[in-house]
Design a protein around this ligand. Structure first.
Ligand SMILES: [Zn+2]
Length: 236
């Protein structure tokens, strides 16, 4: 069953949409969660914009491409910010990541009035995906903006499965999203995003037709990977 919009844990302050001019700036990573976030605020009738941040993550190219496709699907403008720094091991929980994304959105949109939203959800132990982080960073956002900006986290209390169901019910184009944090060409199957989606695929027996190509693509890629690895091993 698809959870109804508005029950997903919006900050209390956001219950007064007029205060924030019904404007939402979505941190679009190209993944399922942020695509659902764009759909969520579009459904609420907000004026929606997207922001993609390249901070050197290994999958930035495919993420940027997917974010652009999601933005095009919803006909929303997409801003792109590139941050350069030394090589780093961006895997698993990245210390400071979501705070960095949120403050980057503020830095490059200094006159923004409205919501800055991200698709964090329940079911992960990462500090920057939980209630404590939301309370902490909300104070920072409010302090920096004099109350002009508020954090939007509609899925804070939703599980990944609830987001998935929301996507199916609202025709979110999950087939153009990219959620693996590691593999720029094939899903690694090991990162948190891959494991979350695989758990959903394993449970889902009534996928609608548009989901079939995703499964076929994942199975095809896995088969190709196995065959390639076998071929490589046979080489002298
Ligand atoms: Zn992965």
């Amino acid at each position: 069953m698809c959870p109804a919009p508005g029950l997903g844990g919006l900050n209390g302050a956001l219950d007064s949409p007029d205060l924030f001019s019904m404007k939402s700036l979505i941190l679009l990573s190209g993944g399922v969660d942020s695509a659902a976030c764009a759909a969520f605020y579009s459904r609420l009738g907000h004026s929606v914009r997207g922001l993609f941040v390249d901070y050197g993550q290994p999958v930035r190219s495919v993420e940027r491409e997917s974010a652009a496709k999601v933005a095009a699907h919803y006909s929303i403008p997409l801003q792109s910010v590139v941050c350069q720094g030394p090589e780093a091991n961006f895997s698993g929980e990245i210390s400071g990541r979501n705070a960095f994304l949120i403050t980057t959105a503020m830095v490059f949109n200094p006159k923004w009035t409205g919501i800055i939203a991200l698709g964090i959800h329940a079911g992960t132990e990462y500090y920057d995906c939980g209630h404590t982080f939301v309370e902490d960073i909300s104070r920072v956002v409010e302090g920096y903006s004099d109350g002009r900006v508020a954090l939007g986290v509609p899925f804070l209390n939703w599980t990944k499965k609830m987001i998935w169901d929301f996507c199916l019910a609202n025709h979110v184009p999950v087939e153009i999203t990219w959620s693996c944090e590691v593999g720029p060409k094939t899903p690694c199957g090991k990162c948190l995003s891959c494991r979350e989606l695989e758990a959903i695929y394993a449970r889902q027996t009534d996928l609608p037709p548009f989901s079939v190509p995703i499964i076929m693509r994942v199975l095809g890629l896995f088969l190709a990977f196995v065959l390639l690895r076998g071929a490589t091993r046979r080489e002298p």
